[in-house]
Unconditional design. Structure first.
Length: 324
């Protein structure tokens, strides 16, 4: 603990000492007269008891004054506890990769709700979102601004549930007229891999790949080729597929791709899916990097000021006793 304004307390203490020195010097007055045979009175037991009481009251009075003054000076000096915080950030990046093709429109709102639950469970990981259909669009880059991420995902979920602005924007932006086909799964995965930054750093990188794997066009990259690119980039793919009785083959292919990258395949309908994905991602070894240090000053004037207040009350009480 330190005193932020110790010099102010020292100055006030010196002024107080100077005032006592000037105004409390004994002065002889013309009315001061010697008294003969006063020893008889001062030797009386009653007089001595009275003098002892007077002396004790005076000492207590001066002690309380000193304590009150010290408490006030300490409060004026602003006692504080200074803490330097060196936060560490986890070197884990998670890219949320969402298929917004026509076959997925009935599931995208629920998937965005699942993404929100995922973000709630993370702590320190950077989060990004990429959506894809015939082409991919980076909705927002990797960031640790969780408030922004949650607000964006909530708006996107509401847009898909009402087929409002978010759903319409994604439909147009990921299906430009100059690109044929739709639901190009391999191309979408490659785009999600490419959207990781800081590629020279040793970071844990994961993709939560939400798709039904219903290909409807001629992609530049087959899904297996996209998996090879993810493996080369050391990116783990955790596929998240909606429940569908028609997706057995597609789901098996997603499982194979996820396994090859070191990830896993999950079904959206399982109650434990979110917990398992978070556990898998956070189990990956990731170094910590120091964040920007900052200093916090915790003011602690309460104790000395409380002493000064109670001391002031004691001064008034003892002053009355001294005068009586």
């Amino acid at each position: 603990m330190v005193l932020m304004f110790w010099w102010l307390a020292l100055a006030l203490l010196l002024l107080a000492a100077l005032a006592v020195f000037i105004f409390r010097r004994p002065r002889r007055t013309e009315s001061s007269l010697p008294v003969a045979h006063s020893g008889r009175m001062t030797s009386l037991p009653g007089f001595r008891r009275a003098m002892r009481r007077k002396m004790m009251t005076t000492v207590a009075f001066l002690g309380v004054i000193a304590l009150t003054g010290l408490g006030a000076l300490a409060g004026v000096a602003r006692p504080a506890w200074i803490e330097t915080v060196n936060p560490e950030k986890k070197l884990r990046d998670v890219m949320l990769c969402l298929d917004v093709s026509g076959s997925m429109l009935g599931y995208d709102a629920d998937l965005l709700a699942a993404y929100q639950e995922l973000v709630d469970r993370f702590d320190g990981e950077r989060i990004g979102l990429t959506v894809f259909n015939a082409t991919a669009v980076a909705a927002f880059p990797l960031t640790d601004d969780y408030d922004m991420v949650q607000n964006y995902l909530e708006d996107a979920e509401e847009g898909f549930r009402t087929w409002g602005s978010q759903g319409t924007d994604y439909s147009w932006s990921t299906s430009p007229p100059n690109i044929g086909g739709s639901s190009l799964i391999g191309d979408g995965l490659v785009s999600c891999v490419d959207n990781f930054d800081r590629k020279d750093e040793d970071r844990s990188r994961s993709i939560v790949f939400a798709t039904d794997n219903m290909l409807a066009g001629e992609p530049l990259f087959e899904l297996n080729e996209a998996a090879d690119i993810a493996v080369d980039a050391k990116v783990r793919v955790y596929s998240l597929s909606p429940p569908s009785i028609l997706a057995t083959t597609q789901t098996q292919e997603l499982k194979s791709v996820s396994d090859r990258t070191g990830g896993k395949q999950f079904d959206m309908g399982s109650a434990t899916t979110i917990d398992r994905i978070v556990s898998e991602i956070q189990s990956q070894e990731a170094q910590n990097t120091p964040g920007r240090s900052y200093t916090i000053v915790h003011d602690m004037p309460a104790a000395p000021l409380l002493i000064a207040v109670f001391g002031l009350i004691g001064v008034f009480v003892l002053a009355w006793r001294v005068r009586s």
